[in-house]
Design a protein around this ligand. Structure first.
Ligand code: AMP
Length: 222
């Protein structure tokens, strides 16, 4: 049996990691693994990890590696990840990247590709500030760039409840961008050094980026 594929999406907040990860799930049957989503679920459930993470997330800073690694390991222990994973928002620090290598090594796996979604920082504040998602299926929308075809109804599932993230405001996005450049952007060189880095221009249309990523992922999984 071929080994499960491990893809990493790198890029600042607003680069489209979540949007493209959902599309890669559809196109390739992989599983999106978003540490941001897992942390938001922990906050909503009021777990001990969630309680510790809440204020840090609202400030736009990074949650401690210990907490993030614990929730990631739990998720990776579930059977569906055997199909292959798209890591969205993880790793975000040197320590997380090293821990991921260790985790994968223990099961004879490795990172197949770390894909850097290349965008202009300037545009990210606007992209993130206007976004919202369907509360039922998670489909992403934007006040300016991608409104539901029928106002107030999700195109995908027909749901009528939508939600916005507490940290998707201009001030917090700026903090998140700072955290990205200080702690996460250095991972681009880390994965380049390992020979698995791919860069994709992510300033264009969502469908074009989906296509570019698809070609790349087919190349890696062939
Ligand atoms: P995201 O949904 O990926 O934009 O993440 C939202 C917030 O969750 C971030 O601003 C961090 O506070 C926290 N977070 C998500 N993933 C990580 C991670 N890998 N390491 C540390 N903090 C994280």
């Amino acid at each position: 049996m071929t080994k499960p594929v491990v893809l990493i999406l790198l890029g600042p907040p607003g680069a489209g990691k979540g949007t493209q990860a959902r599309m890669l799930e559809e196109d390739f049957g992989l599983v999106q693994l978003s540490t941001g989503d897992l942390l938001r679920a922990a906050v909503a459930a009021g777990t001990e990890a969630g309680k510790q993470a809440k204020a840090v997330m609202e400030a736009g800073q990074l949650v401690s590696d210990d907490i993030v690694l614990a929730i990631l390991k739990d998720r990776m222990a579930q059977p569906d990840v055997a199909r292959g994973i798209i890591l969205d928002g993880f790793p975000r620090t040197d320590g997380q990247a090293a821990s991921l290598d260790g985790l994968l090594q223990a099961s004879g796996q490795k990172v197949n590709a770390a894909i850097s979604l290349e965008v202009d920082d300037e545009a990210m504040v606007g992209r993130v500030s206007g976004r919202f998602t369907c509360a039922d299926c998670g489909e992403g929308y934007h006040d300016e760039f991608k409104r539901p075809a029928k106002a107030g109804t999700c195109d995908k599932c027909g749901g009528t409840a939508f939600k916005r993230r507490a940290d998707d405001n201009a001030e917090t996005v700026r903090e998140r961008l700072k955290a990205y450049h200080a702690q996460t952007a250095p991972l681009i060189a880390y994965y380049e050094g390992k020979g698995v880095l791919e860069r994709v221009d992510a300033m264009g249309a969502i469908a074009d980026i989906r296509q570019a990523l698809g070609a790349l992922v087919r190349g890696v999984t062939a």
